[in-house]
Design a protein around this ligand. Structure first.
Ligand code: FAD
Length: 473
């Protein structure tokens, strides 16, 4: 059977389903093809389940520390199956929400695996996709425009592939039915540090092995340093500038052993489990790209600034094009692509202006350039920094750790970057991103009468600190 539509979306993750909704809102007939579950990585194997687990870990840690707040408890007991059950409930509720949105917007959902089969016989400017449905039947979708949003999967290390017992990627880790006593986490990027913080709070002995000289190598070094200090203080063992000697990997009934080299020294690490979190690989294979002129560069689908591939009627968005591999980047790109193909005004946020959040305890969040990047870009900079220690609401919460750092251009006063670490900073970064988007100067942001006592006061103080005018220090 053949289904004709205006826009077909291949992949129903955050990028794909948001693009589908916006296309339907603009009056398009839309078909979305998803081989697994609508919501994709973010909803089922990423943002939401990991944050639900992190929240349970935070509650557990808070209960254990409650005596400091004058609340004595008889002791905290972690019931991990309940933690997993709660996580599943959150995911299921949101999954139902996405399904409802498809019905509400009259989007046709095909559950099956799609492959681009080239230009349609009706018009070389439209595309056809062959869809193998769950029951093995085939369906053909012919669309005016196609949006590829096939996402990504965990990158594997040769010799350390998930084995169902000892070695996990984040996919397997999310569905663990019991916690290991100890774990080695390979990779100190976003996913690695979130798992380290969570598992440490759950009482697991955690070792992070990172090849770069610091955790979160893409973030501002001051943030990395503070996070490393705070995780170390909680007992996380952090080994940076490390080479993992994968050939040395061994396992027995106790767990796993693996050697690492740091400079001249080699040591053997052992743990019950190993989590590999070394980035994400785009899903670009077996989706029929060979039937098109679409190019893949460094493993990602190449697109122009409007998210068009080398076949102008075919767009690609989200993790499969690389860049900022985050859910809100994927949905933003999806909306921009739909606006472009519809002839509507499309808003493009440059990659560096997409906020980046890390949900460790405490959280980190950033937008714009790091100090190093600003200097490399030849900017004369001025920096304002303000500590959470001087923010009343942070002390009320029970934390004096962290800071906000603002980097501005000395001449133009442009906000170049804002970097945060501290309590709930993932909820504070949007204001900084908006200020940057609207071209505000640090002085302008500092003019707001920030409500007191709130964590948000720190942004006003850090902005004023850029010109030496912070009040609280
Ligand atoms: P995906 O969500 O990967 O969706 C792609 C979809 O396409 C999948 O459902 C897949 O089944 C489907 N598909 C693929 N090929 C085909 C085919 N041939 N036919 C039919 N369907 C197909 N981002 C954040 O912003 N915040 C976070 O806190 C965060 N936490 C994360 C935690 C973890 C552990 C992980 C792994 C990721 C996290 N991310 C987070 C990243 C975020 O999940 C991704 O950036 C986001 O899901 C990308 O969306 P997407 O639509 O591009 O792809």
């Amino acid at each position: 059977m053949t289904i004709n539509c205006d826009v077909a979306v291949l992949g129903g993750g955050t990028g794909g389903y948001v693009a589908a909704i916006r296309a339907a809102q603009l009056g398009k007939e839309v078909v979305i093809i998803e081989q697994d579950k609508l919501g994709g990585t973010c909803l089922h194997r990423g943002c939401i389940p990991s944050k639900a687990l992190l929240r349970s870990a935070e509650v557990y840690a808070t209960v254990k520390e409650s005596a400091a707040f004058g609340v004595e408890t008889a002791g905290a007991t972690l019931v991990f199956p309940k933690v997993q059950e709660r996580k599943e409930q959150v995911v299921q509720q949101l999954h139902q929400g996405v399904q409802y949105l498809m019905r509400k917007n009259k989007i046709t959902v095909l559950k099956g695996t799609g492959r681009v089969i080239g230009p349609s016989i009706f018009s070389p400017k439209s595309g056809s996709i062959a869809v193998e449905l769950e029951d093995g039947e085939m369906e053909t979708v012919v669309s005016g425009n196609l949006i590829i949003a096939t996402g990504s999967r965990p990158r594997q290390l040769p010799g350390l592939e998930p084995d169902g017992q000892y070695i996990m990627s984040s996919d397997e880790a999310l569905t663990m039915d019991a916690l290991p006593a100890s774990i080695i986490i390979v990779g100190g990027g976003v996913i690695g540090v979130e798992w380290a913080s969570m598992l440490n709070d759950f009482g697991v002995e955690v070792t992070i092995v990172e090849a770069a000289p610091r955790l979160l190598p893409a973030e501002d070094p001051d943030v990395s340093k503070e996070l490393q200090r705070l995780l170390s203080a909680r007992g996380v063992k952090i080994l940076t500038s490390c080479e993992l000697l994968t050939d040395s990997y061994g396992k027995d009934e106790e767990g796993i052993q693996i050697d690492i080299r740091q400079g001249e020294e080699t040591q053997t690490l052992s743990a019950v489990k190993l989590l590999v979190s070394v980035g994400r690989q785009a899903n670009v294979e077996n989706i029929g790209l060979e039937n098109t002129d679409i190019r893949v560069v460094n493993g990602f689908i190449a697109v122009n600034a409007d998210y068009q591939t080398h076949e102008p009627h075919i767009y690609a968005i989200g993790d499969c094009i690389g860049g900022v591999q985050l859910a809100h980047a994927a949905s933003h790109e999806g909306i921009a692509a739909v606006h472009h193909l519809s002839g509507e005004q499309a808003h493009h946020t440059p990659d560096h202006m997409i906020p980046r959040c890390v949900y460790t305890r405490p959280e980190t969040a950033s937008v714009g350039l790091t100090e190093e990047q600003a200097k490399q870009a030849g900017r004369e900079i001025k920096v304002g920094k303000f500590p959470f220690q001087a923010i009343g609401k942070s002390l009320v919460y029970g934390s004096k750790d962290g800071f906000v750092k603002v980097i501005a251009d000395r001449e133009s006063n442009d906000i170049l970057g804002v970097h945060m670490i501290g309590t709930h900073v993932t909820d504070l970064i949007s204001e900084a991103a908006l200020a940057q988007l609207l071209d505000a100067t640090p002085w302008e942001v500092g003019q707001l009468a920030y409500p007191h006592p709130t964590l948000s006061e720190i942004l006003g103080e850090a902005m004023q600190a850029v010109d030496g005018k912070a009040i609280g220090i």
